[in-house]
Design a protein around this ligand. Structure first.
Ligand code: SD4
Length: 328
């Protein structure tokens, strides 16, 4: 597979599990899927080293669940994890101390839903799915999105943890908006999956850039920028400074490059190069793209070292460290 060429290093996170009899027999079963269709499926891929999230998605896929359920349930793990300060509950707030969340989801039929700048809801990805499935709209923002969530039965919850609050109070002493590469926003999660039926879905969820201006929305909930899926071709998703991804409509671009014949790896590299061309004199920010094609081949590329992405398939549960444009 193309991806493997680009691995600088990788770890089998669940080494014990891979050799277990249960998975070994699954492997046998899936071998036939791979050879019949010439595809690696099921498979899930996600930005950053989100082992618990990819494990959850894999569990859904292995039990015959849809890729849509897999990506939703996978990213929900990070949304609920207060230790992840870039997503959901525990996310870092905007400069006024309010945690505002962005998320979008897209299925294999090209349906999509998104919520922007939503507050007090732990699982924006599930609200985005409701927007997709229960409304004639694609995006709901702010108070309207929150109101819609309550109508759908979501509970109001304070998302600002003591840790994120203390850090914000500390930040306020200087109040300088200076995103730190790979640190301030680590773990925004973009996830793509192919299920047993060969269908691709994707999800992306974030609390956005820490200490942003109130109302700021990045790439993550924007279909085409933070996430794009075309079931005929593949999917792509992004992490990093969202403004730069929006400027090049990064995820859509990568899927279109795959449509024209590029591998997921080549497409991610070209996606990053487009951003670099627009930022010749200031490459002090991070962008990471990941992509998957219809065959289940994956790729990833980033501007700065420090980005990684997880894959989980019969081949193993792997934390992939891709090449970066700027070398260490
Ligand atoms: C944003 N793209 O709001 C998100 C942040 C992110 O890893 O991905 N951080 O711009």
């Amino acid at each position: 597979m193309q991806r493997r060429k680009f691995l600088k290093s990788s770890t089998i996170a669940t080494a014990g599990l891979i050799s277990s009899p249960i998975l070994a027999s699954c492997k046998e079963e899936n071998k036939s899927i791979i050879s019949e269709n010439n595809r690696e499926q099921p498979i899930v891929i996600a930005t950053w080293n989100v082992e618990n999230a990819t494990s959850k998605a894999w569990e859904v896929l292995k039990s015959g669940g849809s890729s849509l359920d897999a990506v939703e349930q996978g990213v929900m793990i990070e949304e609920a994890d207060v230790k992840n300060q870039s997503v959901g509950k525990g996310g870092r707030p905007d400069r006024d101390g309010n945690v505002t969340l962005d998320a979008c989801i897209m299925d294999s039929e090209g349906n999509c839903g998104a919520v922007l700048c939503i507050e007090n809801i732990v699982h924006p990805i599930s609200v985005a799915r409701k927007v997709m499935e229960d409304t004639p709209h694609v995006m709901l923002a702010g108070k309207g999105a929150e109101q819609f969530a309550y109508e759908k039965g979501f509970k109001k919850e304070n998302l600002l943890t003591e840790k994120s609050k203390q850090e914000w109070l500390e930040w306020k002493k200087t109040a300088q908006y200076k995103p730190i590469v790979n640190i301030e926003n680590h773990d925004t999660i973009g996830m793509l999956a192919i299920d047993n039926n060969g269908n691709i879905s994707g999800a992306c969820t974030t609390s956005g850039m820490a200490y942003k201006i109130a109302g700021r929305v990045g790439d993550s909930p924007i279909i085409g920028a933070g996430l794009f899926v075309d079931n005929e071709v593949g999917g792509a998703t992004a992490t990093g400074v969202g403004e730069e991804v929006v400027r090049t409509v990064g995820s859509f671009l990568i899927v279109e490059l795959m449509r024209q014949g590029k591998s997921p790896q080549e497409a991610c590299e070209e996606g990053v190069r487009r951003i670099i061309k627009k930022n010749k004199n200031k490459l002090n920010f991070q962008i990471g793209f990941i992509a998957i094609n219809k065959k289940g081949e994956t790729g990833g590329y980033c501007i700065q070292p420090g980005f990684s992405y997880r894959t989980y398939s019969e081949a193993g549960h792997v934390n992939n460290i891709p090449e970066s444009y700027i070398k260490e």
